[in-house]
Design a protein around this ligand. Structure first.
Ligand SMILES: [Fe+2]
Ligand SMILES: [Fe+2]
Length: 164
């Protein structure tokens, strides 16, 4: 049997990942942000056709290895490496799903657009929470139709994203 079909115990996984987070419970990049990213993702997934499991895992891991609140350019890469560490023991996904998760975490601060709906949904879900740090989400950085609308970009959808 393909072990990637086993359901993920997200509650347990959240406990494990939250416990190791270094910036404290009130961090702008901590668990309360991850929860909002997850909630945004759940909303976007309904329209974007993204892989829900990958989007939920992205919410949990993408900022999980932040070491400070200001400049930490490698935190996405470390978040992806941490997910790789826990994969197999704490959660199961297919290789295809892990590849998407790895890419979305690694590049979430360096790249703006991606054609893959799961990666685009992950990034939009994160960016829609920029209000927490006093930044309005910018429609120019959105990948999904709903993300664009929620960021105030109206109904026009940029279908000509550069491949990234
Ligand atoms: Fe981040
Ligand atoms: Fe984030």
């Amino acid at each position: 049997m393909d072990s990637s079909n086993q359901p993920i115990d997200f509650e347990r996984l959240w406990e494990i990942v939250s416990r190791q987070f270094q910036c404290g419970a009130h961090s702008d990049h901590g668990p309360s942000h991850w929860r909002r990213v997850e909630r945004n993702g759940l909303l976007l997934v309904e329209h974007s056709g993204a892989d829900l499991i990958v989007v939920r895992l992205f919410a949990l891991f993408h900022d999980s290895k932040r070491e400070n609140e200001f400049t930490d350019p490698d935190h996405g890469k470390r978040g992806a490496a941490y997910a790789r560490e826990l994969r197999g023991g704490c959660f199961q996904v297919s290789d295809e799903q892990f590849e998407l998760l790895d890419f979305a975490c690694t590049w979430h601060t360096d790249l703006a657009h991606h054609r893959d709906p799961t990666i685009g949904t992950c990034w939009d879900a994160d960016r829609l929470d920029l209000g927490r740090v006093g930044i309005n989400p910018d429609p120019a950085y959105m990948n999904t139709q709903l993300g664009l609308e929620l960021a105030g970009g109206g109904l026009r959808f940029r279908g000509d994203h550069e491949p990234t």
